[in-house]
Design a protein around this ligand. Sequence first.
Ligand code: NAD
Length: 350
Amino acid sequence: MDIFDLLEKHDFGSVHVGRDVASGMLCFVAIHDTRLGPAIGGCRFLPYPNERDALIDALRLARGMTYKAALAGLPHGGGKAVLMRPNKLFDRAALFRAFGRFIDGLSCQYFTAEDSGTGVEDMEILRGVTKQVVGTGGGSGDPSPFTALGVRRGIEACVALQLGRHSLEGLHVAVQGVGHVGYHLCKELFAQGAVLSVADVDPLKTERAQREFKAAIVPNDAIFGVECDVLAPCALGSALNDASIPRLRARIVAGAANNQLAEPRHGDDLHSRGILYAPDYAINAGGLINVAMELQGYDAEKARLKTLKVYDTIMEIAERSKSSFTPTYRVADLMVEEKLGQVAPSLEAR
Ligand code: NAD
């Protein structure tokens, strides 16, 4: 499959390839859509087996960012940058400076941020050579509490619609993964009176949740089978698959992890079983909402108020799903396509 087939398959957009021989920098910047505004999305810095795999990662992730930003009502499109980590000695600062100069030349079409393999220090280096970066040390800070706040609001919407309850008091939530977001989610839920079960591959993290939030610790391989009201996947992608779905005892699945459905058909499966699934990119947008606020002059309170609206988004998706007998993941995609269809075609799409 050549690059044109890849672009067609991922319905793109534009892709920019940057190379700097002196520092060993090689990057792919995928800009999926700019109809709602300049693209925003993190930069990954990982070892890839080859350039093709790196490009595919950028294409796949950029599309997801378009959908997340559009549904969150942000004036942004979706983009993602993938930097190939050199397999020999390299000067990290020089490499990131070269990347910064490259995105600075993209006519303000793309803002980058942290992602897998990059951190605040890298964003500071980028800030030295370009304004096309968010998530620096003096900016919006850790996105996880905002992501968790949005997930808690999304759970509240699901609980209201699916269980007819308007409080989380006594609600049993099973959380898979109590890392950055999972921990803050437990904190949010515990404060609202929810009862928690948690699992994590790291026992220190589950012990902390037990200590601070009276959570019951469940073995990793048992968390999907816990008899509970809500299952919140907050660990890895593809958590909802052929093996896990038949074991579910919850009537709601609503968590922070990206790409929770192993394949789209698993969204159909959940729907046919009467399990309400909160689409991942709709419920986990709080972190993006927070970081995007930097571009308007960062205001934590405004970011918080906008994140609270995840409730309305999830409620609308769930209501439309119910009335149209359509799986929620499909309703969310349709809502994004409606939003994008209402604006003029972007430069890339022309
Ligand atoms: P994290 O790495 O801090 O936490 C993930 C946790 O899952 C870790 O504690 C890890 O030990 C645990 N884990 C890994 N494999 C597991 C397994 N098989 N069973 C149980 N636990 C397991 O990451 P995070 O920042 O909390 O993000 C969690 C998920 O949410 C990821 O999918 C991420 O892409 C997504 N997400 C995060 C944010 C954010 O603001 N951090 C925003 C949007 C989406």
